[in-house]
Design a protein around this ligand. Structure first.
Ligand SMILES: Nc1ncnc2c1ncn2[C@@H]1O[C@H](COP(=O)(O)OP(=O)(O)OP(=O)(O)O)[C@@H](O)[C@H]1O
Ligand SMILES: [Mg+2]
Length: 262
């Protein structure tokens, strides 16, 4: 078994903070000295845009050295890695063509395990401590591929009236995949917490009623610096080290690293 741990960010509810958490947790893990490979699994290219400007992201999306062509051609992802501007942090960029990936997978043998096979070289090299995968807000064959290669799932949930809507279905979906994957839910990350509203407490209480679902102690407040950072294509800690959410992602990284050593 490879020492590389794969964590994916999944929630079929859109806008729950998956890409934001994936990018900023990866940056903090890399800052802590862990070697991290990011995989941008979403045609929205948000993870790629977290580290590169729009022009560069579109260049990567339009050439053939991206995730779409790797999956379609069943190529090893180790040949599709680009370095980010940050030490210890690399990325496999996405493509808008990922919108067609369900059709591509449909005719493939063992179509749920294509991504896992494409990661063989990465796992065998044991070069990375973590592979972090940003999933789109769907639950189709592509997301099943992501779950089939993951060791752990982080589920970002927005602290809002509809944040938990559909979550039970997603937990059932993950449980139903038991025979296909050993992926465990590492934890639920509550995001976009606004102290002027009461939804954090309510969300935490409801999540506490689920059996065996861990909720991270760290949570992420609403912070406009996150949007400014995304506008500048940098992690929030690079945009403003002292901002509250940067510290919260640092604390999340500690929890994730401790989880790994339990
Ligand atoms: N803590 C936060 N404070 C302020 N804005 C945030 C915060 N977290 C995320 N956002 C904003 O909320 C929006 C959705 O976040 P994000 O893209 O990370 O969600 P997502 O789950 O990846 O969405 P999708 O399902 O579309 O992939 C983005 O515009 C992002 O800038
Ligand atoms: Mg996203």
């Amino acid at each position: 078994m490879s020492k590389t741990k794969t964590i994916c960010f999944t929630n079929n509810k859109g806008g729950s903070g998956k890409s934001t958490a994936c990018a900023n947790l990866a940056y903090e893990l890399a800052q802590a000295g862990k070697k991290v490979l990011l995989i941008d699994g979403d045609m929205q290219l948000n993870l790629s845009l977290s580290f590169f400007d729009e022009e560069k992201v579109l260049d990567m999306a339009e050439c053939e050295d991206n995730l779409y062509y790797a999956i379609r051609g069943k190529k090893d992802l180790k040949d599709y890695i680009v370095s980010t501007p940050y030490e210890n942090l690399d990325l496999v960029p996405s493509s808008t063509l990922m919108s067609q990936i369900e059709y591509e997978l449909f005719t493939m043998m063992q179509r749920e395990y294509v991504l896992k096979k494409c990661l063989k070289g990465v796992y065998e090299s044991e070069e990375y401590d973590y592979v972090l995968i940003d999933a789109p807000p769907t639950l189709g064959t592509w997301v099943i591929n992501i779950l089939c290669t993951a060791d752990y799932v982080i589920v970002p949930v927005e602290a809002s009236p509809w944040g938990l809507f559909g979550l039970a279905n997603m937990f059932d979906f993950l449980t139903g995949m038991n025979e296909m994957t050993e992926a465990k839910i590492m934890g639920v990350l509550i995001t976009k917490v606004d102290e002027r509203k009461n939804y954090y407490k309510q969300t935490k209480e409801i999540l506490g009623s689920y059996d065996n679902i861990h909720v991270f102690d760290s949570f992420i407040h609403v912070d406009s610096s996150i949007e400014w950072a995304q506008d500048a294509s940098v992690p929030v800690a690079v945009y403003k080290k002292s901002t509250r959410s940067a510290k919260e992602f640092e604390s999340l990284a500690k929890e994730v690293m401790e989880y790994g050593s339990r």
